[in-house]
Design a protein around this ligand. Structure first.
Ligand SMILES: Nc1ncnc2c1ncn2[C@@H]1O[C@H](COP(=O)(O)OP(=O)(O)OP(=O)(O)O)[C@@H](O)[C@H]1O
Ligand SMILES: [Mg+2]
Length: 540
């Protein structure tokens, strides 16, 4: 047998050589008009002998050099769909994602084949990778290497496969992806790193924030309203299409520090099962890059810009300016956004940001929530937060009694306590952020009882109340002093006017008297005074 094979190889080699030689002759010497029909019939013959159809699904839509190129959703769905089949069939597997750190998601490796069956029809899936056409010498792996899935099936099943089978793969794939999904927290990379390995615009870590709407302390009515709004949004695909609006929603969260703005973002992400894209505006060079980042965000994403009022406060990046101008800007950080062209690093302008939120590009993709947070809502440009851009304005304020009850349940597992009454009264009398209330409620050792935690909170509330009282008193004192000063100034004004009037009158009187002293002189035509005449050597 081995001998037989050994004898066959040279023959096979010479056969391939002859075929290639004949094909080269055919390409070179056959006139074009003759070549066309011959090629046509060869393809027909090939089709007759090989009755299979192949469909390929590229990983990226758009060309290699196209910066808009985007990972194909169908490709991702096929990948998830095949992950269940390949783990039992394929011999070479790739471990892809780790879910909850305790299970692996397996996918087929390159050039592996997996068989599938649909309504009794057999099909084959292969994953192939094609190298770039122009070889480049780079220490980094090729970023333009193309992966694609190839589906092969008999041509007589064409309608079923292109219709119901592919639809089935897409739906199943998406469902599997959702169940395997591990939520991620993304942050934008500085633009100078975009051309490095894999050219990623966003880096991510696994998102594991435990905040939920149950643990979020705020008025129950307000909370319910937000939850209902989110539910309506998630089901709103058809509605948004009907009214002709891109499927996105803007939330503006505002309030003092420590009132739960960031916590609410985490709760929204956990509730909606969306990834969070935390956009650091200061790392974005200009409006074009901002747009590229937007295009790179997929569906089911929360795009967050925290502290929007100072996001473009590029300390040390601005040119030297007049003192007055700087003072003015310090009071109004948002005005800095308007003149992005003056910054050295970030040239993102307010108009760029407005376009990012609801320009034409923002309609690429859907099911996105954009969240801005700020401590100073009054300082924001009205254009930035108008409805349509920021559809829902949510105020997170100081801790009310209802919010305290949620915190007591979270931190101490307490539903009620005799001290709750005093706390309710104190919360009505003074302002304390949920962050401070939570800190006081948290036991600092195993020995600390619920009651001592509540007492600690009462003490803190009383201290805050006292502090607020002293502050208010001081403010009232300053105000009273200012008023007194103003009153004194008011009274002093007529007196000063009177004095000025008297002074003018006195001056005029003195002038008159000196005029009387003037003497007429024949030698100087009577214009000189006695003194002047003496000086000029005139003797009267
Ligand atoms: N409403 C709330 N419900 C539950 N916990 C809260 C709430 N507000 C604040 N906290 C607690 O206080 C901490 C700080 O809250 P958070 O970071 O959400 O405040 P913030 O409003 O984003 O503040 P900043 O404006 O400074 O960013 C959180 O870790 C959380 O434990
Ligand atoms: Mg915050």
């Amino acid at each position: 047998m081995t001998m037989l094979m050994g004898a066959m190889w040279p023959q096979l080699g010479s056969l391939i050589g002859s075929v290639m030689f004949a094909y080269a002759i055919f390409q070179q010497y056959f006139p074009y008009e003759l070549r066309r029909p011959i090629q046509k019939y060869t393809q027909k013959l090939f089709g007759f002998l090989y009755p299979y159809i192949q469909i390929s699904f590229d990983e990226y839509s758009g060309g290699n050099n196209d910066w808009r190129r985007k990972r194909s959703e169908v490709y991702a769905a096929i990948q998830s769909y095949l992950s269940t089949k390949s783990s039992t069939e394929a011999k070479r597997l790739k471990a892809q994602d780790v879910k909850d750190n305790n299970s692996l998601v397996l996918a087929m490796d390159d050039n592996e084949e997996v068989t599938d069956e649909f309504q009794g029809i057999k099909l084959w899936w292969t994953l192939t990778k094609s190298a770039p056409r122009q070889p480049s010498f780079s220490i980094y792996p090729q970023s333009d290497e193309k992966s694609h899935y190839k589906l092969t099936f008999h041509r007589r099943h064409r309608d079923i496969i292109t219709g119901s089978y592919l639809d089935h793969v897409r739906k199943q794939g998406k469902a599997i992806a959702v169940s395997n999904r591990q939520r991620k927290l993304f942050i934008n990379n500085p633009a100078q790193n975009w051309h490095y390995y894999k050219a990623t615009k966003w880096s991510h870590v696994v998102f594991e924030h435990p905040a939920t709407f149950e643990t979020l302390a705020m008025e129950p009515k307000k909370k319910e309203e937000i939850v209902n709004d989110l539910i309506k949004f998630s089901k709103g695909k058809k509605y948004y299409a009907k009214v002709g609006k891109p499927w996105k929603r803007g939330y503006l969260l505002y309030g003092p520090p420590g009132t739960g703005k960031s916590t609410m973002i985490a709760a929204i992400s956990n509730f909606m099962n969306y990834d969070v894209y935390d956009l650091e505006l200061t790392a974005v060079k200009n409006n074009t890059e901002l747009r590229k980042l937007l295009i790179e965000t997929p569906n089911k994403a929360i795009i967050v810009i925290e502290d929007i009022d100072c996001s473009l406060d590029l300390t040390g990046q601005r040119k030297k300016k007049d003192k007055d101008e700087e003072d003015k800007e310090e009071k109004d950080p948002v005005s800095k956004m308007r003149d992005g062209e003056e910054t050295k690093k970030s040239e993102v302008t307010l108009s760029g940001l407005l376009n990012f939120i609801d320009g034409i590009w923002s309609a690429c993709g859907g099911e996105r929530i954009i969240v801005f947070t700020t401590n100073y809502v009054d300082k924001l440009d009205p254009a930035l937060i108008r409805r349509g851009r920021m559809d829902k304005h949510i105020e997170l304020s100081y801790c009310c009694y209802e919010a305290f009850k949620v915190l007591a349940r979270n931190y101490l597992d307490l539903e009620s306590h005799e001290l709750f009454g005093s706390i309710e009264r104190l919360l009505g009398e003074t302002n304390m952020t949920p962050a401070d209330v939570a800190e006081n409620l948290m036991p600092k050792s195993d020995e600390e009882s619920d009651e001592s935690c509540l007492k600690k909170l009462i003490e803190a509330l009383e201290a805050a109340k006292e502090e607020a009282r002293v502050k208010a008193e001081e403010e009232a004192k300053i105000r009273a002093e200012e008023e007194l000063k103003l009153k004194a100034e008011k009274e002093a004004k007529p007196k000063a006017e009177e004095e000025a009037k008297l002074k003018v009158e006195k001056e005029e009187k003195e002038k008159d008297e000196s005029a009387k002293d003037e003497v007429k002189c024949t030698h100087c035509n009577g214009t000189s005074t006695k003194q002047g005449a003496k000086e000029n050597g005139v003797i009267h």
